[in-house]
Design a protein around this ligand. Sequence first.
Ligand SMILES: [Zn+2]
Length: 76
Amino acid sequence: MSNENGFCKHCGADFDGGNILDVFIKRGKTVSELEEIAEMYGYGPGRTQWGRQIGIYCMERDRTVNTQCPDCKEIQ
Ligand SMILES: [Zn+2]
């Protein structure tokens, strides 16, 4: 099984959160809508899975500075 988002350094949790397009297929999106969504999310080779990590955002730096494991809550 492939993994795009890596694993938790602390508890080994798999950070892949499922296929991005599957979610929209289940919501009944049309093929042309799916193409738009794919483009929006940069969907393609090496980028097909949702990431489960929690982003830690820094207001001062205006960017995500770290990520946190959703299972054990450790900083990665
Ligand atoms: Zn963890």
